[in-house]
Design a protein around this ligand. Structure first.
Ligand SMILES: [Zn+2]
Length: 480
């Protein structure tokens, strides 16, 4: 058909008069007039977001129309927070994470020995996204026929492995990685008789699958021999020898006063091309099981603390020699006040650290970090103390953890960012209000100032209230 020159001009005029397709589209949800902060593009500007099918479809300063609208005027719209270190992986814990702005909670330090079962137990039943590593601790307990528990207290904690047992552990980690485990987890301080060769063998398996090794290191504190500096040398060496990416967990609680030195070592190793990252949490006390090998003879010297610096989680009481000996027989969680504000602030300010909680609550008992880590960084350390700025803090909670995992888990390229095509995992909060409320006395208190949280486009927190929805999805590496 020949439309002639007049027809052509008419067609062009009609085309120019037609609105751009996006301005007429109606999205499932529009977030209007929020202060959008995206760490990847370093955007910090008022924008409207259009979301459909759980994905960010439009980012615009123009008006967008949506079947549902969130008015975010005066609020920050951030990528949802990604916690690389969350032990509590059940309905109770996910509620507290969501109310602290976390949209993805991953158990990468201790991990599991049963990857398929772990994911199956959470499929379709989770408020937020979830995922797990293949755990060296779990592999060691299984290889040594120790009854399953969160942390070992028997053979797996106390004796060296045979060659056959090391081979068994390698096979278990490999099986877990084939089933899509995100990473490989280690708690070497909980398995102090794991030889350096045993750890190297596990790193070799991780390296073959491009899996990062998330390590609670062999030693804590500054006392030589057996300092955190020596422990960091071990795992940086393992990364250099094997090629496995290394992620050092809770550097401030392991390092204590040596933390700035550990951070310097990590910066230097990175400058030499070794793939090493780290994380911290914003509290001056850690928490662990009193029966674990951490409290074997010499713990007071290692941490430079005494019985009074231990707080029994179940009751809040400070310990004495008598109560310590008593509880050591029964087991249970104990808070360890071994850090200073200077150490915590130095760790938070370092551009090397991500924020990760190390959280677990059981029937409302536990460490306040489970419920308060992210709001505490944003309220106490960003707003009140000015220790770091908002976009840098958000980078540590979103983009950096996504990037840590995306080589092995490509779906993480669509998390930790606000860009078109990214998953609509978003945390919308009031930067003037956000604050943690959980304490060592009352750890199960929701943070304040988190107004809306979206997981895969679904509101799990709305006007500051939890919703009865289950949009969480598995975060899992490709299976082979
Ligand atoms: Zn740990």
């Amino acid at each position: 058909m020949n439309i002639g020159p007049i027809g052509l001009v008419l067609l062009i005029v009609i085309a120019l008069l037609m609105p751009a397709p996006n301005s007429q589209a109606t999205y499932d949800l529009v977030i209007r007039n929020g202060r959008v902060i995206d760490p990847e593009s370093r955007t910090d500007a008022v924008r409207n977001l259009g979301i459909s099918n759980g994905v960010i479809k439009a980012i615009s300063s123009n008006n967008l129309s949506g079947r549902n609208v969130i008015d975010a005027r005066g609020l920050v719209v951030s990528p949802g927070f990604i916690d690389l270190h969350q032990h509590g992986q059940d309905e109770e814990n996910y509620r507290f994470k969501a109310m602290d702005g976390v949209t993805t909670a991953l158990e990468l330090e201790v991990g599991t020995g049963f990857v398929d079962l772990w994911y199956a137990q959470r499929e379709g039943k989770s408020l937020i996204n979830y995922g797990v590593s293949a755990g060296h601790i779990a592999a060691r307990m299984a290889a040594m026929h120790e009854p399953l528990a969160f942390l070992p207290t028997g053979d797996a904690a106390r004796r060296a492995a045979t060659e056959a047992e090391i081979n068994d552990m390698k096979q278990r980690l490999e099986d877990g990685l084939k089933r899509g485990a995100i990473a490989v987890g280690f708690g070497i301080q909980y398995t102090p008789n794991a030889s350096r060769w045993e750890i190297l063998e596990m790193f070799r398996v991780a390296a073959r699958y491009g899996a990062s090794c998330h390590v609670h290191m062999r030693h804590a504190g500054v006392k030589e021999p057996g300092s955190s500096i020596q422990a960091l040398e071990e795992v940086i060496s393992a990364a250099a020898i094997t090629g496995a990416p290394l992620h050092v967990v809770h550097i401030q609680s392991t390092g204590g006063p040596a933390t700035p030195k550990l951070l310097q070592m990590i910066a230097e190793a990175k400058a030499r091309g070794i793939d090493v990252t780290t994380e911290c949490y914003p509290y001056i006390a850690g928490m662990t099981d009193i029966k674990s090998a951490i409290f074997d003879e010499g713990w007071k010297e290692v941490f430079d603390i005494d019985y009074k610096d231990l707080q029994w989680a179940a009751t809040g009481e400070r310990l004495t020699k008598e109560s310590f000996d008593q509880y050591r027989k029964t087991g249970g969680m104990v808070a360890v006040f071994s850090m200073t504000e200077e150490v915590v602030t130095a760790a938070l300010k370092s551009p090397l650290t991500m924020i990760a909680s190390d959280g677990i609550l059981e029937n409302g008992k536990g460490h306040p970090r489970t419920a308060g880590t992210y709001s505490r960084v944003l309220g106490n350390y960003v707003r009140q103390q000015g220790a770091l700025n908002l976009i840098d803090a958000l980078t540590k909670m979103t983009l950096m953890p996504a990037q840590r995992l995306e080589r092995r888990v490509p779906s993480m390229k669509n998390k930790g960012r606000i860009r078109i095509g990214a998953d609509a995992d978003l945390t919308i909060f009031d930067p003037q209000q956000i604050i943690d409320k959980s304490t060592f006395q009352e750890p199960a208190k929701y943070s304040e100032g988190i107004k809306f949280v979206l997981v895969n486009g679904v509101s799990v927190v709305k006007d500051g209230q939890l919703q009865s929805v289950l949009p969480g999805r598995p975060i899992r590496a490709p299976q082979n």
